[in-house]
Design a protein around this ligand. Sequence first.
Ligand code: FAD
Ligand code: ZN
Length: 477
Amino acid sequence: MTTLARDAVLARIKEVVGPKGWTTDPHEVEPYLVEQRGLYRGATRMVVRPAATEEVAAVVRICAAAKLPIVPQGGNTGLVGGGVPPEDGDNIVLALQRMNRIRAIDPLNYTVTAEAGVVLADLQKAAEEAGRLFPLSLGAEGSCRIGGNLSTNAGGVGVLRYGNARDLALGLEVVLADGQVWDGLRGLRKDNTGYDLKQLFIGGEGTLGIITAACLKLFPRPREIETAFIALERIDDVMEVFSRARAASGDQLTAFELIPRIGLEFGIRHVPGILDPIARPYPFYALLEVSSSQPGSGLRAALEEFLAAAMEAGLVQDGVVAASAGQAKDLWRIREGVVEGQIPEGGSIKHDVSVPVSRVAEFVRRATAASEARLPGIRPVAFGHVGDGNIHFNLSQPPGADRAAFLARWHEFNEIVHGIAAALGGSISAEHGLGRLKRDEIARYKSPLELDLMRKMKRALDPDGIMNPGKVIPEPR
Ligand code: FAD
Ligand code: ZN
């Protein structure tokens, strides 16, 4: 389409959303163009920020008629380049941040209905104020938005007990690629009336439609939370302790996170306030959290008893149980510090894999050995949500190595690590999605039939391919 014709399309969009609803100012547009690890930098004709579902629908109708691609964006914290527009710039970024109203909380139904632009931390807070818990929790919760969480089917640290974003959604409101609004905002826990359409948009990364609102599950608010940080000698011990902790505490076990020694060291070195809570170093640590909505449930005594037995059995070498909420926060800070602490250590090749929980130890051993064999001095940092079988298997460059030369080997190490995950029945993207980063690589791991079904779904819902083009679905070879 000619620039003139595009300008006319943009003018109609501006009219629909009003002066507050769009920007082309380069300074304002800049943050929408880049992905935070600096892997991608795109371009756009305009950032559009609608304030209501009807505005989104009207914008999409205009774009559909003009075949102008739309890149939906929430908090832009995604880690696979899904929300970044393509380099050719012939698109609009549709940012949902102004749609940030909580429409309703129904404490008896244990549901909240929120617009897509509500920041995750704000949603958690609103639930808490209503005496309930919204359990989705992740490092980016201060800036990611619920529409983005659903579109990536975000996981995080509460999946073990509460499931991922997909498990928390009861209903959605979606603007389809032709601008029709699907009102699927049901708050039902039982509804077997045909295909579960919302699941297509959850994890769809904006390629099938735009989520404008969601009805989400709430839970009883925990009254007691206990947090422990334990030291272990071997990865197999970590998983054995997990197995025993789960069996012993049922669904009171809310989080079980792996932290390797190197991750703690990176934190101590680079993140203010992080200290080693244990007297001498150990190869592995686990952060575990148990919680109960029942006050006076004896949770702490049970946790201490459990840990004492695990020490007796030689599985746990040492450990601390947080004595206060502040101490628990400090322990969680160690877990978050693993992420932050990797940045100053130079180039890092990231993997977000999952394997069956029963194969986690084998995965960590094999992937570590294979990476070290390929590049002596490489520093594997295997951490994360091992209670869900999800390992963030990041590879920090050898100290002093050339950063760019190391990062140029991204695909080579992907092949090694993803190959091991796949051989163990795993996935190459446990929680971050495919976006652009893993769009082509997924073609190696999904069957032609599965890819064909995905393409058919895409064609059915977005026949002109205007919804977030170039993401998720691999180009045909
Ligand atoms: P964006 O980055 O804006 O968008 C993500 C994708 O969804 C894009 O493809 C975009 O086009 C699409 N999209 C956004 N909004 C909509 C919408 N309303 N309708 C349709 N499509 C839409 N992720 C985890 O799963 N678990 C973690 O533990 C975790 N920890 C993280 C920690 C840090 C420090 C950081 C920076 C990121 C982390 N992430 C994690 C990744 C990221 O936070 C999640 O993927 C999050 O769900 C993205 O939300 P967002 O609003 O930022 O989405
Ligand atoms: Zn994670």
